[in-house]
Design a protein around this ligand. Structure first.
Ligand code: F6P
Length: 209
C-alpha cells in the first residue's frame, strides 16, 4: 500500500519570534530537523520510490533540501495568506484588529484575514480592492487540485505549513470543518497516512531536536 507523509517545515525564524506568515529561513534548530529528515524517511520506506512536494516558500524548500528524491514545488501549498496581519504576532493582531481577532475565534474556519488594500484613481473614480487575505475555507478550495493529484500518486511526502496540512489531514480523515483549524500538527513530526478502503491508518514520528 502507498503512503502519504506530511511534515511541517523545520522551525523557522518567524516561529521563534512568534510571527505568522512571511518567508523567513529556518532557525538553527529547524536546520537540524532538515538534516535528520532523510534518515527518518529512509528507515520508514527503505528503497521504495518517493516524490517530495514543497510550497514555494523557503522554509519548506530548505527543510526538503537534503532529501534524495524528486521534488516539486506547488504555489497552492503556500501557507494561508494572513493579509494585513502577515508578519505580526497574535498579540499584535489582537491590539491592532481586536474585532477581527474575536471574529476569528468565533468562526475560525470561515474567518478571512483582511487583504492588503490597494487603491486606484481612474478618471476621478477611486477603486479600492482587497488583495490576498484567506480563510481556511479559501485554502480548502485552493487545495482541490493538489488533492486530485495526490489521489493519483504513489508515495508522497509533503513538506508544508500548519494550516495547509490541517486541510489535507482533515480531508484524508474526513474530519468536520469546524474542527479542522484546531488539528494538532506539531513541528518536527512526520505523520504517515496509509489509505485503506475506508479511512486511513496513521503513525506519527517525532524527532527530539
Ligand atoms: O505560526 C505558523 C503558522 O503557519 C502561520 O504562518 C499561520 O498563519 C498559522 O500558523 C496558522 O495557524 P492558525 O490558523 O492556528 O493561526
Amino acid at each position: 500500500p502507498r503512503s502519504i507523509f506530511f511534515s511541517r517545515h523545520g522551525e523557522s525564524q518567524y516561529n521563534v519570534e512568534g510571527k505568522i506568515g512571511g518567508d523567513s529561513p529556518l532557525s538553527e534548530r529547524g536546520m537540524r530537523y532538515a538534516r535528520a529528515l532523510p534518515d527518518l524517511i529512509k528507515d520508514n520506506i527503505g528503497d521504495a520510490p518517493l516524490t517530495v512536494w514543497t510550497s514555494t516558500l523557503q522554509r519548506t524548500i530548505q527543510t526538503a533540501q537534503f532529501l534524495p528524491y524528486n521534488k516539486l514545488t506547488w504555489k497552492s501549498l503556500d501557507e494561508l495568506d494572513a493579509g494585513v496581519c502577515d508578519g505580526m504576532t497574535y498579540e499584535e493582531i489582537e491590539q491592532a484588529y481586536p474585532e477581527d481577532f474575536a471574529n476569528r475565534d468565533e468562526d475560525k474556519f470561515n474567518y478571512r484575514y483582511r487583504g492588503r488594500s490597494f487603491t486606484l484613481l481612474l478618471f476621478l473614480v477611486v477603486i479600492t480592492h482587497d488583495l490576498g487575505g484567506e480563510s481556511y475555507r479559501d485554502v480548502v478550495v485552493r487545495l482541490e487540485p493538489v488533492i486530485m493529484e495526490l489521489e493519483r500518486q504513489e508515495n508522497i511526502l509533503i513538506v508544508g505549513h500548519q494550516a495547509i496540512l490541517r486541510c489535507l489531514y482533515a480531508y484524508f480523515h474526513n474530519l468536520p470543518q469546524a474542527d479542522l483549524p484546531y488539528i494538532k500538527i506539531p513541528l518536527h513530526t512526520v505523520i504517515k497516512l496509509t489509505p485503506k478502503a475506508y479511512g486511513c491508518d496513521e503513525e506519527r514520528y517525532t524527532l527530539p531536536i
